[in-house]
Design a protein around this ligand. Structure first.
Ligand code: ATP
Ligand code: MG
Length: 261
């Protein structure tokens, strides 16, 4: 499989008639890791949900292409089939579906009928990934995310990532709620995915995740746009100095830093 490219062009998104994203431009190529940072409420999760096709988010302008295909015209399940993966900031609980069944049917949904993953191969891969992520084996038989602790949910998102092997992944605050050891475990899991084909957009507030996963590019979102991009040094500066210097540079005041500018 050749490396994929996700192109986000001038994306405008409204929620209930209010414009949240005001022209986001971002290109993620296979092999690249991008970090998106930014103050609360500036549209980071909105960007992730809109790309994945959450019905609440209305795209009013702009385009999203995956390898030249118009993502915004695809159904939600087609977006996953095409190779997009989203680890949500708040993963949903699905009662009655075990983690293992969910994973297996997700994998099979990406394969042709008659070419389903053999059960033993699936179990072996799942066991291996669970070992990598130090997930207790009995989590496989629990209902998806039901009663999982915050950190368990996050590890489980990375289990899905490692099993589904998407072309492009968007990870929304995958580090939130993780204890110090779990942060390393999850980061190792993500780093294991690194290859010339896999592209990843990591939404995070903290440098501590980026200490383990070095991004190639760092972007800052404010007022529903990417207002600054740079290399890993940009994240270091944000960690040391916060966002005030960017706000000053761009003439953004605290009242308008969110989307309601
Ligand atoms: N489902 C929704 N209904 C109404 N408003 C929403 C919804 N989702 C997001 N918003 C609003 O859109 C704005 C951007 O929210 P978003 O979740 O994208 O921010 P964020 O940058 O991810 O913030 P955080 O860093 O706190 O996760 C906020 O003002 C939020 O209240
Ligand atoms: Mg968010």
């Amino acid at each position: 499989m050749a490396a994929s490219t996700l192109e986000i062009k001038n994306l405008h998104v409204q929620i209930e008639g209010e414009e949240i994203l005001k022209g986001v431009n971002l290109t993620i190529r296979g092999g690249e890791f991008h970090a998106v940072m930014g103050p609360n409420g500036t549209g980071k999760s909105t960007l992730a949900s809109a790309i994945m096709g959450h019905p609440k988010f209305e795209i009013t302008e702009g385009e999203v292409f995956l390898d030249g295909e118009n993502v915004l015209e695809m159904e939600v399940d087609e977006r996953a089939q095409a190779g997009l993966f989203l680890a949500m900031q708040y993963p949903s609980e699905i009662s009655g579906v075990t983690n293992s069944d969910f994973l297996r049917s997700s994998i099979n949904a990406h394969r042709e009928e008659g070419d389903e993953i053999p059960l033993m191969k699936f179990i072996k891969e799942m066991d291996g990934a669970m070992d990598d992520l130090e997930i207790d084996k009995n989590m496989a038989q629990r209902y998806l995310n039901e009663g999982f602790s915050g950190g368990e949910k996050k590890r489980n998102e990375i289990l899905q990532l490692m099993m589904l092997k998407p072309a492009i992944a968007i990870l929304d605050e995958i580090d939130s709620g993780l204890d110090i050891d779990a942060l390393k475990v999850v980061a190792n899991g993500i780093n294991k995915m690194r290859n010339e084909e896999f592209g990843c957009l990591i939404i995070t507030h903290y440098q501590r995740l980026l200490d383990y996963i070095t991004p190639d590019h760092v972007h800052v979102m404010m007022q529903g746009r990417v207002v600054k991009s740079g290399g890993p040094e940009l994240a270091h500066r944000l960690e040391a100095e916060g966002y005030d210097w960017i706000k000053e540079e761009l003439g953004i005041d605290d009242e308008t830093v969110g989307q309601k500018a």
